[in-house]
Design a protein around this ligand. Structure first.
Ligand code: ZN
Ligand code: ZN
Ligand code: FE
Length: 748
């Protein structure tokens, strides 16, 4: 740059927050043109730095937050005098300092402008890989850092002159958009059947087949999906039969206008659906789709088209598509073309493929808008970080490895936590491989050097075993203490913030007394806890089989309540005497205070999947759906507080009495939810009233139940209640709590 002039009245503008890798420098460059100011903008380790002078500097600065890029999150703008020289024009200067490499943002749904181009008449008309600085693939195409095209799966595609021009032009929406592409230079789409490429437009041909009831495997952002017409009962039934997935709800994809006909969308639902992360959102069903889509549920998991390929497909299809993970049951979804051809051959009639590789397997995130909650944290949310609460500023670098059924790791560094994506059930060998890969991957990405690894207390968890073998000091964290701490972190509860009463309603977790916990009120903070109240334990007859077969829990609870004859009448075909002998002798029968198993017991009494659950949480999800149908004023069963134990026995007596008077099942299930909420809220409130705790936290897998969460909140008015909004209450959030506890203990 020639002719540098001394600048009088020049200022330095420091912008902090999520301002790198989101198109912030070109945004500043454009504002500089608009306001005729001169100077420079650059990235450095603290964010974005602008050195600027001109008559309209004040107006220029005021416009910075007002017109910020969609993905930017500005935390602060600080203005100080600038004594140095400035160029005559306005330039985007090279980054200063180390650590200022552009961090990777999560994958982002197609923006409005790109959608307009795909649907318009320009050179990207109908192009399935259109993206810009504000949208497109990120984490799923990243192979290594720093994030630039050469280290992504876009590397094999050399930019054409037109794309290169856009890439270099600060005035263009695609300035430095690493995955920039067009039909002349970018990835290509095709449709294949039995290994043969089908001639003609691949999207039109795929739609023709979907309309004819076929199942199409399609390559998405973080993996393959299996798609079929959601309104076609035979197609949905065929997909279920082929996938050996009898009842687990299928996710759906449709344009917003097409969703309105199948679901009652609230304003909160619409806002969450349109979020750049484009999660699957659980919404209230109108019940117009075939029951086979989500058997026994009153909610549907829906998402908007989030890539240009989805947009093209849904524009041409015009209805609602089932869009379920393309995987073998229990395995992670396929990401490679050959892997998909091999594994999905038995499910799919055709394959909608392309030649951009997927570097990283990411499931769709699953969320709820009201009450806000994350059920599965994945695509669009990772690798986002969370700030750690005050007191953790100097926390050491800790790696936490999470639980077993919903694997996820967490890394903390420099006062921030990176909670990784959902890795599935680590019992599965391929999921276990993904788990090992995620540890390596996130460690490299976060430039992380752990001094300590935090694991669950259960020695049988794969994550625990991996952690023990890492050669690092190991901090063992009790399962439900980790749930409590994860809720505290998310809510910014300070390290020295004092004890909180944690209502932890969960499936299973090993307690320090060697029994299985899961229906607890813990009093404590990051450093420790005491168990103040818990559900009266019952035998888990058959150990892990009890989690799959709800009748076992019903038998245990009914026998405990002196209602053995009712169990005999309800489950005449089950091996009851064998089960009772095992319970009496303690053979493969640990005792458990699990709230999850209490839901299973109630479900089995009502004939809801008594013999077997085909997916984790099925009985509880169906109970929640049924309870939602009960009229207001349904009342509650009572669970009694006996010392430190909350005893559900009286509830089972009342449940049986309701049976005898032919009470509506929905009312019975609502009474169960209300009774459970009454008992736990009252016990937790007693800890507030005696000043033992100053707030109540809600965590554990059962808090994914929106009805139960709302009932607990209703019963705790005027008390600070901490809930999960951005991290899962289930085991997907466990690693966050483990990491915080380990760091707190290390800090002393
Ligand atoms: Zn875009
Ligand atoms: Zn091009
Ligand atoms: Fe748990």
């Amino acid at each position: 740059m020639s002719g540098r002039i001394p600048a009088h009245g020049a200022v330095s503008v420091r912008v902090r927050g999520q301002v790198q890798g989101v198109g912030f420098r070109p945004h500043i460059w454009r504002l500089a043109q608009d306001f005729s100011v001169h100077g420079r903008v650059l990235n450095d380790p603290e964010g974005v730095l602008i050195e600027v002078a001109g008559a309209d500097v004040e107006a220029f600065i005021a416009a910075i937050p007002r017109e910020a890029p969609m993905l930017a999150r500005i935390e602060s703008v600080e203005v100080t005098p600038f004594p140095g020289d400035l160029p005559e024009g306005f330039e985007i200067a090279p980054s200063r300092g180390s650590g200022s490499e552009t961090p990777v943002t999560p994958d982002v749904a197609t923006c409005t402008e790109c959608a307009g181009e795909v649907r318009g008449t320009g050179r990207r008309h109908g192009y399935a890989f259109t993206n810009c600085t504000h949208c497109g693939p990120r984490f799923t195409i990243l192979r290594a850092l720093p994030y630039d095209r050469a280290r992504t799966t876009m590397a094999p595609f050399a930019m054409c002159a037109a794309c290169a021009g856009e890439y270099r032009d600060p005035a263009d929406r695609r300035f430095h958009a690493q995955p920039i592409a067009c039909p002349d230079c970018g990835p290509r789409l095709w449709l294949e059947v039995e290994g043969r490429i089908i001639a003609g437009d691949p999207v039109e041909e795929a739609v023709r087949r979907l309309k004819a009831g076929e199942i199409v495997a399609m390559k998405g952002l973080g993996g393959f999906h299996l798609a079929c017409d959601a309104a076609n009962v035979a197609a949905v039934a065929r997909l279920r039969a082929r996938k050996h997935r009898p009842t687990k709800p299928f996710a759906l994809m449709a344009r917003e206008e097409d969703l309105e006909s199948i679901a009652a969308l609230t304003d909160e639902d619409r806002t969450l659906l349109r979020d750049p992360a484009a999660p699957i959102v659980l919404v209230s069903s109108h019940g117009v789709l075939p029951e086979e889509v989500a058997p026994g549920m009153n909610q549907l998991g829906v998402m908007l088209p989030y890539t240009p390929l989805h947009l093209l497909l849904l524009d041409a299809f015009g209805g609602v598509l089932v869009m379920t993970s393309g995987n073998l049951s229990g395995e992670p979804q396929a990401i490679g073309n050959d892997e998909a051809r091999d594994k999905l051959r038995a499910f799919a009639d055709a394959f909608l493929m392309h030649d951009r590789e997927i570097a990283r397997r990411l499931d769709d995130s699953v969320e709820r808008a009201s009450p806000p909650m994350v059920l599965r944290r994945a695509r669009g949310r990772v690798p986002g970080t969370l700030p750690l609460p005050s007191g953790f500023e100097g926390a050491p670098q800790v790696l936490a490895l999470g639980g077993q059924m919903k694997g996820a790791v967490c890394l903390i560094k420099e006062g921030r936590a990176l909670l990784g994506h959902h890795l599935g059930d680590l019992d599965d060998a391929l999921s276990a491989d993904e788990f090992a890969k995620a540890i390596v991957d996130y460690t490299a990405l976060f430039d992380h050097k752990p001094v300590l690894v935090a694991v669950d207390a259960h020695p049988g968890y794969r994550a625990t075993q991996v952690g023990q073998a890492m050669g690092l000091p190991v901090e063992v964290v009790q399962h439900h203490h980790a749930h409590l701490a994860s809720c505290l972190v998310e809510n910014g509860w300070a390290l020295g913030g004092g004890p909180v009463a944690g209502i932890i309603l969960d499936g299973t977790g090993l307690g320090p007394d060697g029994t299985i916990w899961g229906g607890e009120i813990l009093l404590g903070g990051y450093r420790g806890f005491t168990r103040c109240f818990s559900l009266r334990p019952a035998p888990l007859i058959g150990g892990e089989r009890a989690a799959r077969e709800p009748w076992r829990n019903a038998l245990a609870r009914l026998d405990q309540a002196g209602l053995a004859s009712r169990a005999d009448a309800l489950f005449p075909a089950m091996p009851r005497s064998l089960a009772r002998q095992a319970a009496a002798r303690g053979i493969n029968t640990p005792v458990s205070s699990s709230a999850g198993r209490l839901f299973d017991a109630v479900a089995a009494c009502l004939g809801i999947c008594p013999v077997e659950q085909t997916f984790e949480g099925e009985a509880a999800m169906r109970l929640e759906a049924l309870a939602a149908k009960a009229p207001a004023g349904h009342g509650a069963y009572s669970l009694t507080l006996d010392g430190k134990e909350i005893d559900p026995a009286p509830m089972f007596s009342a449940l049986m009495a309701d049976f005898d008077s032919a009470t509506d099942h929905a009312v019975m299930v609502a009474r169960f939810h209300a009774g459970l909420a009454d008992a736990f809220a009252a016990a937790a409130r007693s800890l507030i009233e005696t000043d033992a705790a100053s707030a109540i936290a809600l965590s554990g897998g059962c808090l994914q139940n929106a009805l139960l969460t709302e009932m607990l909140l209703d019963r705790l008015p005027g008390i600070p209640v901490l809930v999960h909004r951005r991290t899962p209450a289930n085991d997907g959030g466990l690693a966050l709590g483990q990491a915080a506890i380990a760091a707190a203990r290390l800090a002393g």
